[in-house]
Ligand binder design. Structure first.
Ligand code: NAP
Ligand code: HSE
Length: 442
């Protein structure tokens, strides 16, 4: 069973290492020898610190695509340019493809899954979400008897690493450099810190969990740029941790489209969002640190599940890829390829962020004198925003830092209230606004 590898960077090197190291076991379990025959790279002369025979490397994609002996192609180039074309070409030639490319799957999933269908080949992408953690196969197969209510997780290792280091007193810039050195970050780390990487991943998970196409563009996305160590400190004081959270959730409400129905025929809409959020310290996700990822799944039959592990890095990602290669090889040997067709038979709309209800943390700088809190509270009251907690601290003479925690409120109402609050002459500035995510019933 010959494999072609597209890319030999952080992840490609891990795939090479695992397939070489585990060759005997993999081959014994498959009943045939599994080997990487060719590797596509940009630059053949690059020092890679691996004992790879030079003749295995090529800069010509056709050396893999046109080789009929190669039955499985592993795409670890990334992006939606060259990678998208090579994946489609491989599939159209009937080669099964394994990819770690969340950008491709989140924006062009339908296109490449259709190509797999037409080519009668498999397209497997476990490594595209949360690297080493099995989550796509469990959602697709193990939990098929459940109605999933919510999938919520920490699915970007780089930002979780940065937030953990900030929590421990390190600054943002140093933590990002370290995450890059450790191989967690994307080639352009803006994709991590601006939340786009997590948005792509939650789009993939939502599409599978709800059988309804959600693309990266449908996901409301905010990164961690607005989070300061002051927010992290207040969060801790109030009993919360700050995490970049990805949430996909089903809501039965009046925004459902005619014909789109969920359990019992109720109209359905989805939430799909990525943003920094405060979560209670006793929630299992609050203790997920460093580059670890975790996905909390709420199923109606099974109850709550949490999938936890290494969500980034060379070998954790390669672990998921090798599992998919093994699955693809098994399917080829059993002549049962072409089963990875798109399962998005629902078309449920994704709600706009203004229509979503959460609790909020608000950090304001205001004048420290009588009547200030009352004037802010009046604006909240006028907009149906109910306050659950207030902290006030004097920062310098005449200036106070005020933290408000709200009860659940429709985001549109909160934003309208804040526009007025920002214009009050007793308010210096609104320093930060962060959603608070709690249990399904909270
Ligand atoms: P990377 O280190 O930048 O490696 C990319 C590889 O692709 C390099 O070997 C490069 O060749 C090759 N390449 C780039 N453009 C090419 C082209 N036009 N033609 C031929 N080869 C080309 O990237 P990575 O971190 O391994 O990530 C790969 C994929 O895995 C991405 O989709 C990423 O989102 C995904 N992923 C990464 C992680 C992680 O922790 N890093 C985890 C999960 C998923 P040269 O080596 O010759 O430059
Ligand atoms: N850059 C990604 C992360 C790699 O930090 O989670 C895993 O997809």
């Amino acid at each position: 069973m010959k494999v072609g590898l597209l890319g030999l960077g952080t992840v490609g090197r891990g795939v090479w290492q695992l397939i070489s190291r585990e060759n005997e076991v993999l081959s014994n379990r498959l009943g045939c020898d599994l080997q990487i025959k060719k590797i596509l790279v940009n630059d053949k002369s690059k020092e890679r610190g691996l004992a790879i025979a030079p003749e295995l490397l090529t800069t010509e994609a056709k050396d893999i695509l046109e080789d009929e002996e190669i039955k499985i192609v592993v795409e670890v180039i990334g992006g939606t340019g060259v990678a998208r074309e090579l994946v489609k070409q491989a599939l159209s030639r009937g080669k099964s493809v394994v990819t770690a490319n969340k950008e491709l799957m989140a924006s062009f999933g339908q296109e490449v899954l259709e190509a797999a269908d037409l080519g009668g080949a498999d397209l497997l992408f476990e490594a595209s979400v949360a690297a080493g953690i099995p989550i796509i196969k469990p959602l697709r197969e193990s939990l098929v008897g459940n109605r999933i209510a919510r999938v919520m997780g920490i699915i970007n290792g780089t930002t979780n690493f940065i937030l953990s280091k900030m929590d421990a007193g390190q600054n943002y810039e140093d933590a990002l450099v370290k995450a890059q050195e450790l191989g967690y970050a994307e080639r352009d780390p803006a994709s991590d810190v601006e939340g786009k990487d997590a948005a792509a991943k939650i789009a993939i998970l939502a599409s599978i969990a709800f059988n309804s196409r959600v693309t990266a563009a449908d996901v409301y996305t905010e990164g961690i740029g607005s989070i300061s160590s002051v927010d992290i400190m207040y969060a801790r004081e109030l009993g919360y941790a700050v995490k970049l959270l990805a949430v996909a959730k089903v809501d039965a409400d009046e925004f459902g489209q005619p014909g789109a129905s969920g359990a019992g025929g109720a109209p359905v809409s989805l939430e799909a969002r990525v943003h920094p959020a405060m979560i209670p310290l006793d929630h299992p996700l609050a203790s997920v640190k460093d580059a670890y990822n975790a996905i909390f799944v709420e199923g109606d039959a099974v109850g709550n599940l949490m999938f936890f592990g290494q969500g980034a890095g060379s070998l954790p990602t390669a672990s998921a890829i090798v599992a998919d290669v093994f699955q693809a090889a098994t399917n080829i040997l059993g002549s049962v390829t072409g089963q990875s067709a798109c399962t998005c038979f629902n078309s449920w709309p994704v709600k706009s962020i203004e229509k979503i209800e959460t609790s909020f943390y608000l950090l304001l700088e205001a004048a420290d004198r009588p009547g200030v809190l009352a004037s802010i509270a009046k604006v909240f009251g006028d907009h149906d925003v109910s306050i659950s907690n207030v902290i006030q601290k004097q920062t310098e003479a005449g200036i106070a830092e005020v933290v408000f925690m709200t009860n659940k409120v429709m985001e549109g109402n909160l934003r309208s209230a804040l526009t007025i609050i920002e214009s009050l002459d007793v308010v210096d500035k609104v320093k930060n606004v962060m959603r608070v995510e709690v249990g399904q019933d909270g």
